[in-house]
Write a protein that binds this ligand. Structure first.
Ligand code: ZN
Length: 427
């Protein structure tokens, strides 16, 4: 019997079990689904965000990773409340105020204020600075402003803001503010009655894990899967597809899950997380940070916009908050001798360290940094409807995902542990 075919089969089956490295075909397939028009821009509170979440979960399933401990599936959903102000009535000195001269934002189930209680009216006279008074009031639990009619324009401006429904993940802690446009000089008595209407919905992160030998030492790879949704005003194409921002990072998280799952049990536990609502409040990363013990997270690789080559050229990626821990230096060392290099964020003035989901965990001491390659200062597609797959360099995307995997090797293996970020220095 000729042994050659058998040997050939053996070689083929070994290579099929080798590391599942990302390929251009594979990253193109994934990002094209995430950034397709069917996903309608993945706005966090839209039905299509759920389509995106379920899609990412299906990729996690085929990667062979497991839900986080205590979860039954990859969808990490949590309630989101939309609070709008219901009926609001005010009487000053025994006279009902015309409702068109009253505006407020009520976050408690109901409010009932009157003279002699905890809330005292603040008179904003013709010479006072309404905007300054308003900004101060926003931080207080309860504020009643009696605003002189000379401030009508500013009053209307603030009114537009107050009338907008507020979104929150916790009820009861918000502030209540009522503004009355009136020329009364003195308030001897007042009554304010108001209520809030609350509707509940849910939004979700998608999170999975590979349990490591050191179960409680966790490395996180993350990206946000939400984007801006439909942009009114745009004519031909109103869908902000968010291919670079941040379907590219989400694709990386999916491909890294597949890659690390193919490498056998890691030394450290690895979490793969796709955050919701980065573009609208950061609720996803905040919820995630409340589900974990930050002391167990040794590093967070937050991946933001890696679909276009950086200003430093191809095969480079920059890291936000580079000097706040030695995370970046560890990555640099890990890829030394390859064509790839990591370097410090070239746009310190843009405060990018604070503008993504890494900041939430950095504030808890985690060496949590964002990795990006986008030329954000000159990118014509950033936060535009033109952020489409066709504007990306998919070879670059694929190479960057590989470089992140290579950069993470010594951290995942437990050989290197980045220094913690000092939470005192993160505002
Ligand atoms: Zn982003």
């Amino acid at each position: 019997m000729n042994k050659a075919p058998f040997l050939l089969l053996l070689v083929l089956s070994v290579s099929a079990c080798g590391p599942n490295e990302p390929t251009v075909e594979e990253t193109t397939r994934v990002i094209s689904i995430l950034a397709s028009d069917e996903m309608r821009g993945r706005q966090a509170f839209s039905p299509e965000a759920w389509d995106a979440a379920n899609y990412i979960a299906s990729e996690f399933t085929s990667a062979g990773i497991k839900p986080l401990e205590g979860d039954t599936d990859f969808i990490q959903d949590f309630p989101l409340y939309t609070v709008s102000t219901g009926e609001l009535t005010v009487a000053l000195n025994g006279q009902d105020v015309d409702p068109s001269q009253v505006v407020g934002s009520v976050s408690s189930e109901s409010i009932s204020w009157e003279n002699g209680g905890d809330v005292a009216p603040i008179m904003v006279g013709a010479a006072d600075d309404l905007m300054a008074v308003w900004r101060m009031g926003r931080r207080a639990p309860a504020t009643l402003l009696i605003v002189h009619p000379t401030h009508k324009d500013a009053f209307d401006q603030i009114a537009g803001f107050l009338r907008r429904p507020a979104r929150t993940t916790t009820l009861g802690g918000g502030s209540n503010m009522v503004m009355v446009l009136s020329d009364v000089k003195k308030v001897d008595s007042f009554q304010v009655q108001g209520s809030a209407e609350v509707s509940e919905s849910s939004i979700a992160n998608v999170a999975g894990m590979l349990e490591g030998k050191r179960k409680n030492e966790i490395v996180v790879f993350s990206a946000h899967y939400d984007h801006l949704g439909i942009q009114s005003g745009a004519e031909a194409d109103s869908i902000a597809n968010g291919a670079n921002d941040d379907a590219s990072g989400t694709t990386a998280v999916i491909e890294l899950a597949k890659y690390f799952a193919s490498m056998g049990k890691p030394e450290r536990t690895i979490y793969f997380v796709a955050f919701t609502a980065e573009e609208s409040g950061g609720y996803g990363s905040r919820h995630f940070s409340e589900q974990v013990n930050p002391d167990e997270i040794v590093a967070m690789f937050n991946i933001e916009m890696i679909g276009k080559p950086a200003v430093e050229g191809p095969n480079t990626a920059w890291i936000t908050g580079f000097d706040r821990s030695d995370f970046g230096t560890i990555l640099q060392e890990a890829v030394e001798g390859t064509v790839f290099s990591f370097y410090a964020d070239p746009y310190p003035d843009q405060n990018l360290f604070y503008r993504s989901d890494n900041a939430t965990l950095a504030r808890l001491g985690v060496p949590a940094h964002s990795i990006s390659t986008t030329p954000i200062d000159v990118d014509p597609d950033y936060h535009q409807v033109s952020d489409e797959v066709s504007t990306l360099d998919l070879d670059h995307l694929t190479n960057t995902i590989k470089a992140i995997a290579a950069g993470a090797v010594t951290i995942v293996s437990g050989e290197k542990t980045p220094t913690r970020i000092d939470p005192q220095t993160v505002n």
